[in-house]
Design a protein around this ligand. Structure first.
Ligand SMILES: [Zn+2]
Length: 284
């Protein structure tokens, strides 16, 4: 069993070009690749999903994680091809390995979500000191199962982020046909249709960043009392980080102008966006 996992790890790492050195270079010190953690899980499901992902033939089959979503009556793109196109597009795109890993694990539903950690008995006793709800598998804000889909696309942070982006004048002007909804955010559907490659790439990055931020937010000790203002600041901070990272990779304004414009618009519109926004806990 251990041999199998080690072999699988090697294959996945080499296909994603992760070496010991590149893992060390990922920010926040240690090797934080979610996939590395994922591979150490003992659940059969996870290794199956990884195997499925690295098989060349997956392009022509409907992936299991997609079928499971349909079985669970979760919202998914109606056409399985949309789902596979999104994976292929992100895999081929110029994104760093951490971002690619995150997207793959999110699409394959193998992210270590709160629900998953709970099932594996990995929610530490520290959490129960914060609130007795915190040590369960449900979201303490929305009172529903806190699975990866909820965390990345349906919880209060992604909901607010969708609302904020949809209301920016610059968003409406540049992407008139794209009113964001949780399905776009989760699967990047409709982003295919953006003609300008640079605009498409940066929109992908913005959505990925919002999902990553939302995914991690439940671990924030203040999660149970986030106000719209605080959520807005978290959104600004995460896009600011994205902007710095993107600028670090390329000095050409063409590669970050859209992220920068969105960030500037969000800063200017803070009052208008947050003043009357009420966090609704019944948005499901
Ligand atoms: Zn929630």
């Amino acid at each position: 069993m251990k041999m199998k996992i080690n072999n699988l790890k090697k294959t996945v790492f080499s296909s994603l070009k992760i070496t010991h050195n590149s893992a060390k270079n990922i920010q926040r010190g240690e090797a934080t690749s979610l996939m590395i953690e994922g591979l150490l899980f003992k659940k059969g499901e996870i290794t199956r999903a990884h195997k499925e992902m690295i098989k060349e033939s997956y392009k022509d089959t409907t992936m299991k994680s997609y079928q499971t979503r349909i079985r669970d009556r979760a919202e998914v793109p109606r056409d399985p091809l949309e789902f596979q196109k999104a994976i292929t597009r992100i895999l081929r795109g110029q994104k760093n390995n951490e971002t690619k890993n995150f997207f793959l694990e999110q699409m394959l539903r193998i992210l270590p979500s709160k629900n998953k950690l709970f099932k594996m008995n990995l929610l530490g006793p520290r959490l129960s000191e914060i609130s007795h709800h915190a040590a369960t598998n449900s979201c303490i804000q929305c009172n529903v199962l806190s699975d990866s889909s909820h965390q990345v696309a349906y919880c209060i942070f992604p909901t607010y982020s969708i609302y904020a982006l949809n209301n920016l004048a610059i968003w409406k002007e540049k992407l008139p046909g794209l009113t964001l909804n949780p399905l776009n955010l989760e699967f990047h559907t409709d982003i295919f249709n953006i003609q300008d490659a640079s605009l498409k790439h940066q929109t992908d990055l913005i959505l990925l960043n919002i999902k990553k931020q939302g995914f991690d937010l439940w671990k924030d000790p203040l999660f149970y009392r986030l106000s719209p203002r605080r959520i807005h600041v978290i959104l600004l901070r995460s896009l600011k980080n994205l902007l710095e990272l993107t600028k670090g990779t390329s000095k050409s304004r063409r590669s970050f102008w859209w992220i920068e414009s969105i960030l500037e618009a969000l800063i200017q519109e803070e009052d208008a966006l947050t003043e009357f926004y009420r966090i609704k806990f019944d948005h499901l």
